[in-house]
Design a protein around this ligand. Structure first.
Ligand SMILES: Cc1cc2nc3c(=O)[nH]c(=O)nc-3n(C[C@H](O)[C@H](O)[C@H](O)COP(=O)(O)O)c2cc1C
Length: 409
């Protein structure tokens, strides 16, 4: 699992001699677990074939003339909605200048006009074309439109000239599109995240647990890491592979989770409780298996550990965030938890299997509650939700840090 796993990447290919390099880029993006749809400009078909790209991506390649324009199928709009990222690699001088001036006279440029998320442009052109004042003005215009430029690098070109204009390597491109906002206040901070369910044993063969998959907590960890934070996870039993370079401690029960959290949390700046910790655990653990009988089996439960409340009461300077999965009255229940547990933020969602979001799903839809604001985040993949959440966390966290430092003075 990494920040690009399952991301929908729309790869735009334009008519540069470097178009052959997009074959390698497609293979490397596939290795990252991305879903790729390729859109080719008419000129790019002179440099690389649709067949090559289709074979490597195993997915749709859309050429200028292959698009249909039925009422149900506005390709430029459906593709703009599908994509999480648009990556134009290689990007010609012509396409850069078109994009900078808001033109929409072919499929790829029209998709870019209809797209509301991050666009990355990887220029590839002769050094004179790159240094041309018009191209340089376009570079500035694209930056001010929040379009990220990757490269170009310096070196020798197919035409024999030497200078800036070479297309960046696929490794450099992947490095940039994986990076999130490193200027965020959480860059350099230490974040402890709990994830997954807990299991409360009843007897040697039975336990009580819940449907939590851990996907939201792990997505939070990945997003925080990509923004430059040091992250550790305390995880209940999940089917997710460990994330490279994130230390993960595995636990079973809520009291194990409490012990591990308490032993670590004083060294962290932010604590995020995304685990679905059992509210109740059996009072008595039976050393032998409960035998089958004709009568009912009564098991008495008592309250499990309230990790979030314990942590927020003990470490008042820590920025504490809870998750609340509710079946009803989301606003009232989440606000009550925010106050009762003295949290800085709570992220609420409706737990409902029929909605196919939340528990076990790759998708979620959440509402963020702080003491003075409420913000809804529309349904999206958990990793995208996590990135959006960290934009809010970052601004709220820096507010708390400045208040705490005023306190100290
Ligand atoms: C052999 C050849 C190589 C070219 N290589 C590049 C290039 O690397 N970068 C560039 O900006 N234009 C290059 N061009 C020019 C573009 O193909 C031309 O501007 C085209 O209209 C771009 O169309 P597009 O931006 O819609 O893909 C090249 C043209 C030819 C004939």
């Amino acid at each position: 699992m990494n920040i690009l796993s399952n991301k929908n990447i729309l790869l735009g290919i334009t008519g540069s001699i470097a178009a052959y390099k997009s074959a390698d880029l497609v293979s490397n993006l596939k290795k990252q677990g991305c879903n790729i749809k390729t859109v080719m400009t008419k000129s790019s078909e002179l440099f690389i074939t649709e067949t090559t790209l289709e074979a490597l991506s195993g997915e749709e390649v859309i050429c200028e003339e292959s698009q249909s324009h039925t009422k149900e199928n506005f390709k430029h709009l459906s593709l703009a909605k599908w994509a999480d990222i648009i990556l134009i690699a290689p990007c010609t001088a012509n396409f850069m200048n078109k994009l900078a001036n808001g033109h929409g006279d072919d499929l790829l440029s029209t998709i870019c006009l209809a797209f509301t998320k991050s666009i990355f442009v990887v220029p590839a052109m002769n050094p004179d074309m790159w240094n041309n004042k018009v191209t340089q003005n376009s570079k500035e215009k694209l930056k001010s439109a929040d379009i990220t430029m990757i490269g170009p690098s310096y070196g020798s070109h197919a035409c024999g000239d030497i200078g800036y204009g070479r297309m960046s390597s696929s490794n450099e491109i992947i490095e940039v599109i994986s990076r999130q906002d490193n200027n965020s206040s959480i860059a350099g901070s230490k974040i402890l995240i709990t994830a997954g369910p807990t299991r409360e044993p009843i007897d040697p063969v039975r336990y009580i647990s819940n449907y939590s998959s851990g996907k939201m907590g792990y997505a939070m960890a990945l997003a925080a890491k990509s923004m430059g934070a040091y992250v550790e996870i305390v995880s209940g039993p999940v089917k997710i592979q460990p994330i490279k370079n994130i230390k993960t401690t595995y636990v079973d029960t809520s009291s194990d989770m409490l012990n591990v959290v308490i032993s670590k949390v004083r060294d962290f700046d932010i604590f995020i409780s995304a685990a679905a910790i059992a509210d109740y655990r059996p009072i008595n653990y039976s050393q032998v298996k409960h035998k089958q009988s004709d009568g009912n089996l009564n098991i008495e439960f008592t309250r499990g550990a309230d990790i979030l409340k314990t942590v927020s009461e003990k470490y008042k300077k820590l920025f504490t965030i809870g998750f609340a999965a509710e079946t009803d009255k989301l606003d009232a229940n989440a606000k009550h938890k925010l106050e009762d547990k003295n949290l800085d933020m709570i992220i609420g969602n409706i737990a409902n299997h029929e909605l196919k979001i939340g528990f076990e799903s790759d998708f979620n839809k959440v509402t963020v509650f702080t003491k003075d604001r409420t913000k809804e985040i529309d349904e999206d993949k958990k990793i995208n939700i996590a990135v959006e959440l960290f934009k809010i966390i970052s601004s709220e966290y820096s507010k708390k840090v400045s208040l705490v430092s005023l306190d100290v003075k």
